[in-house]
Write a protein that binds this ligand. Structure first.
Ligand SMILES: Nc1ncnc2c1ncn2[C@@H]1O[C@H](COP(=O)(O)OP(=O)(O)O)[C@@H](O)[C@H]1O
Ligand SMILES: O=C(O)C1=C[C@@H](OP(=O)(O)O)[C@@H](O)[C@H](O)C1
Ligand SMILES: [Mg+2]
Length: 169
């Protein structure tokens, strides 16, 4: 299987968790855009968001995405990467397969219950969360080469499914 994959999907879809397991199984690197951005900033995304706002974060995210697409390994993105036209273009143009980890919003809300790291989650009520999911869903679909539904699956099952779907692709 290819040792280059990009994972996209909504907050809580498992991009970070699945990416780490997949990289371990493929004996390759995982790059997590959020972690790279936090290392670069020397502070949490949470703090940066609060001080500089979402637009500044998106600009930075697009720059780091551009650079990381050149690296081998599994690239776990942040859920909002499809919100920026530049980032969407980068995903469209890359030769690396883009995998959409698709998870129903009710399941995401269960997974993210009690989370305090995601600034957008804090700002939203249930309706806002659902609306954002519906808004982003076609953007993920359009950016993806492969769509994997994660509801009810374990991390290992998702990794196996991704490998299978990429072979078929
Ligand atoms: N398939 C899954 N089944 C159950 N819990 C999951 C699954 N995938 C991820 N999680 C949990 O959901 C939370 C968010 O996962 P994470 O990998 O950080 O998502 P993302 O990076 O897409 O926002 C974590 O607590 C993780 O353990
Ligand atoms: O959906 C979003 O807009 C965001 C998702 C987060 O990443 P995860 O998808 O890994 O939670 C992180 O990039 C930031 O909080 C914004
Ligand atoms: Mg993540």
């Amino acid at each position: 299987m290819t040792d280059k994959v990009v994972l996209i999907g909504f907050m809580g879809a498992g991009k970070t968790t699945v990416g780490a397991r997949m990289a371990a199984q493929l004996d390759t690197y995982q790059h997590d855009l959020d972690q790279i951005i936090e290392q670069h900033l020397g502070e949490s995304i949470q703090n940066f968001f609060a001080r500089e706002g979402e637009a500044a974060f998106r600009t930075l995210e697009a720059q780091v995405l551009d650079r990381q697409l050149a690296e081998i390994g599994v690239l776990s993105t942040g859920g909002g990467v499809v919100m920026t036209p530049t980032s969407r273009q980068l995903l469209q143009r890359t030769a690396t397969p883009v995998v959409y980890l698709r998870t129903q919003p009710e399941e995401l809300l269960r997974r993210l219950q009690g989370d305090s790291q995601r600034p957008l989650l804090k700002q939203m009520d249930r309706e806002g969360f659902m609306a954002l999911w519906r808004y982003r869903e076609p953007l993920y679909q359009a950016a993806a080469d492969v769509v994997v539904d994660t509801d009810g699956l374990t991390i290992d099952q998702i990794v196996t499914l991704i490998s299978k779907r990429l072979e078929q692709n």
